[in-house]
Design a protein around this ligand. Structure first.
Ligand code: 5AD
Ligand code: SF4
Length: 468
């Protein structure tokens, strides 16, 4: 995390007008489109709650909206390009209805700040991830014809008191944000600059949110943070410090039928203590998302991941020792990072073979302006090579996923039904603890039910089961 960038945005905040006008009108309809990670989806639920409290309503009909908001992602260049294309697509609507307000929120807003107003004339307001409480006032400003920018990055904001409005929810699974920002300095990553310093949310508000979800019939929560293992919250009254294993332990005790997942873990920080807490509670899912990024120690060092290939493999060994071979392990891989050679690439493939991930999110490296990698290294692997390596990584993962799923055939497991299968009304879809999707015949079951199943068949991405 660069203090330089924080100071820059904090300075910018001094220029933010203090709002005098009443908030944007009652009953206005807000349409939100969300891009990027789970954290952004969780943020859109927080935004909806803030707007609801200010008398507005969210709508799924873009055509009749008074405000269109894009909650954006900057992680790769193509994520930003997608937003620019969407802004172009809504130009005719803005032309027909000049009173329509268009806002860009989230990481792209934070990265580009007021430059975005110059580059995309259609945009009326630009709001970074820590500014959502000011959205009603920003709408009012923009309605008055004053384009509005708030990209202040806070050291404290966790929206801890806000009760998110569950958007397009299946009523069974929900995200609960436990921290914001990131203090890691992975050289390829823009997140520390777009989401600011790491801060942890008040434990008591996290527990209350999960209890409320339980009362509302939800059966699974995913605790979200850029680096959950560094969760640390100080109880100001007692002076005690709560860490991630303690938080997990407390969440698991809320109700045995409330499943707990979490994401994302960092290989340098995940401890055996966390693994033992997972083992202790039946309702903490047997799945860990542990981004490796590369299998080459040389590349990991350039990425400032602060671990080696050996360290990563040792952590995997611990996971398998403590949680067993069936524990679901997924990862993120980047192909073609600066100076990556064919040998480095082959080390990534061999790491994948050794670990046998059950799933992976795979990307080719996209240089992000302002990141340490953009400043220090040359983006010297050709696009073609990046794509070829990515294709090899994807093909290998497909093989591994299929092989791992085949091993599941015959196994009996508990699945949580999330809804009707996308492909057939007569089937239900849900997940087992290891985070694998299972499809079963519908029978008398409904979403939210726990069903004991035996796995009978699979593809690389899906398991098929029968009810037992
Ligand atoms: N280029 C490609 N992939 C990236 N990621 C983060 N930054 C970049 C980048 N500049 C990937 C990492 C991370 C995931 C969320 O996105 O694998 O874990
Ligand atoms: Fe999420 Fe990162 Fe994209 Fe921001 S840049 S939306 S934190 S994935």
């Amino acid at each position: 995390m660069s203090t330089e960038s924080i100071t820059e945005t904090e300075k910018l905040d001094l220029d933010i007008p203090k709002f005098s006008k009443d908030s944007f009108g009652l009953g206005k309809k807000i349409y939100i489109e969300t891009y990027g990670c789970q954290m952004n989806f969780s943020d859109s639920e927080i935004i909806s709650s803030i707007l609801k409290d200010a008398g507005m309503a969210t709508t799924s009909q873009i055509e009749t909206a008074d405000v269109i908001l894009f909650n954006t992602c900057s992680i790769r260049e193509n994520a930003e390009q997608k937003i620019r294309n969407r802004l172009d697509q809504i130009k005719p609507q803005k032309k027909r209805n000049p009173g329509l307000l268009v806002g860009v929120l989230g990481c792209m807003a934070e990265r580009l700040k007021s430059k975005l107003l110059e580059e995309e004339k259609i945009v009326d307001l630009v709001a970074g991830p820590d500014s959502y409480r000011t959205l009603p006032q920003m709408f009012a400003e923009a309605e008055d014809g004053n384009k509005s920018v708030n990209v202040f990055l806070s050291r404290e904001e966790t929206y801890s008191d806000i009760n998110p409005v569950r958007l397009s929810s299946n009523g069974v699974t929900a995200y609960v944000s436990i921290m914001r920002g990131c203090d890691n300095m992975c050289s390829f990553c823009v997140v520390p600059y777009t989401r600011g310093r790491e801060r942890s949310r008040d434990l008591l508000t996290i527990l209350k949110e999960i209890k409320d979800l339980h009362v509302d019939g939800f059966k699974e929560v995913t605790l979200l943070g850029q680096n959950v293992d560094s969760y640390k919250w100080e109880n100001k009254e007692s002076g005690s410090i709560v860490n991630f294993p303690q938080l997990l332990d407390a969440c698991a005790q809320i109700h045995p039928e409330m499943r707990i997942r979490f994401s994302t873990s960092h290989p340098k920080d995940i401890t055996d203590e966390v693994l033992h807490i997972i083992k202790k509670h039946e309702n903490i899912c047997n799945h860990i998302h542990l981004p490796a990024q590369s299998g080459s120690t040389k590349i990991l060092e350039k990425m400032t991941r602060t671990y080696t290939r050996e360290w990563y493999l040792e952590r995997i060994k611990s996971i398998k020792n403590i949680l067993g071979d069936t524990c679901g392990i997924s990862t993120d891989i980047i192909s073609g990072f600066c100076s990556e050679t064919q040998e480095d690439h082959e080390e990534t493939l061999s790491l994948m073979r050794e670990v046998q991930f059950n799933a992976a999110y795979m990307f080719s490296y996209s240089e992000r302006p302002g990141t340490p990698a953009a400043k220090k290294y040359i983006d010297d692997v050709s696009e073609l090579t990046k794509k070829q390596r990515l294709a090899e990584i994807m093909a290998l993962q497909n093989e591994i996923s299929l092989a791992r799923n085949k091993k599941e055939i015959g196994r009996e497991c508990l699945m949580l039904v999330e809804g009707t299968s996308k492909k057939s009304e007569l089937h239900l879809s849900g997940k087992i603890s290891e985070n694998k999707v299972v499809i079963i015949p519908a029978f008398q079951f409904k979403k939210g039910d726990y069903v004991k199943v035996r796995i009978t068949d699979c593809t690389a991405g899906t398991l098929f089961g029968e009810v037992i």
